[in-house]
Design a protein. Structure first.
Length: 310
């Protein structure tokens, strides 16, 4: 971008912000009135929802929790008729410039006196500030802050500042290559197992001294300690002996949630693997499964077990 183009863009940004700043000090709502007086049922509902058991909010002379300040001003689904045209004009101006998305960012409250059942709530709001253009992770836009003065029976009870970001969403980043699953550790003790997987054979070690089958692969028999062994090929039939469903922590190479099962093979040994073919919440202990080989990426193929909901 040339210096002239950069200067023109900056000048246009400054000009647009001056248009926005002209709304500062203009009313956002005038003569607003709460739809209901402060009342004990609403206080009780709020406290139950928040789990707040402070004794000041119950008893013969209760007060409303201070953080309910804005609740008494809300218009509900039918809204209020007291919102000013200035606020709508400001939002329309931002929409027209491409800042059509909105997110609430924060609010600040100042409490001057407690609200009590029976208080009638009125309020006025003003557009307090509109920021210059800001760049955030969401996108580029302007922060709009309104200040609401809340009165109880005509007396100032508190101030509520509410800030939104009107923004144009940032362009989506191009998806990076899918992350790879962790690679198995292949060594001289289990090389034969992975050679079998390469050939689509699930091989189980068998002690040649006592014929005990073992899995996972080990350098010696855990029954008689003999170091001598050969292999038998699993039939591929099995049942789910136990399982867990992984929700957390998330891992980029896996689509959570997913089921990880301890599968008992027809030959009697057990191995840990994924269950495919059924949703994670349909996996059950005792479910019959069948061996298959799943290529998860160009460099890795794994033995997994396919279940059936039937």
């Amino acid at each position: 971008m040339t210096a002239d183009a950069t200067g023109t863009a900056a000048e246009e940004e400054t000009r647009f912000h001056r248009l926005l700043a002209a709304f500062e000090g203009r009313p956002a709502a005038t003569g607003g009135r709460g739809k209901d007086p402060v009342n004990e049922p609403m206080i009780r509902h709020w406290c139950e929802a928040m789990g707040d058991t402070h004794p000041a909010y119950t008893g013969p002379d209760p007060i409303a929790p201070p953080t309910m300040l804005q609740a008494w001003t809300m218009g509900g689904l039918s809204g209020h008729t007291d919102r000013s045209s200035a606020y709508d004009e400001l939002l329309s101006l931002l929409d027209g410039a491409g800042f059509a998305s909105v997110v609430a960012t924060d609010c600040e409250q100042e409490y001057l006196r407690p609200l009590r059942p029976g208080d009638t709530i009125t309020f006025d709001a003003v557009i307090e500030s509109v920021s210059p253009r800001k760049t955030t992770k969401l996108g580029t836009g302007h922060f709009v802050t309104t200040r609401m003065d809340v009165r109880a029976d005509g007396e100032l009870a508190g101030t509520h500042r509410f800030r939104i970001l009107k923004y144009a969403p940032a362009p989506r980043r191009e998806k990076k290559d899918a992350p790879l699953r962790p690679r198995p550790v292949v060594n001289r003790d289990n090389q034969g197992f992975w050679d079998g997987v390469r050939d689509h054979r699930l091989l189980i070690q068998r002690c040649t001294a006592c014929t005990t089958l073992r899995f996972p692969w080990l350098p010696g028999c855990n029954a008689c300690s003999s170091p001598d062994w050969d292999t038998v090929e699993a039939s591929g039939a099995g049942t789910v002996f136990s399982f867990v469903v992984m929700h957390h922590p998330p891992f980029p190479a896996f689509d959570s949630p997913y089921a990880v099962a301890l599968v008992e093979l027809a030959e009697g040994v057990r191995m840990i693997s994924n269950i495919t073919g059924v949703p994670y919440d349909k996996v059950r202990i005792g479910m019959p499964v069948r061996l298959e080989f799943l290529r998860v990426d160009d460099g890795l193929e794994l033995p997994v077990f396919r279940g059936s909901e039937g």
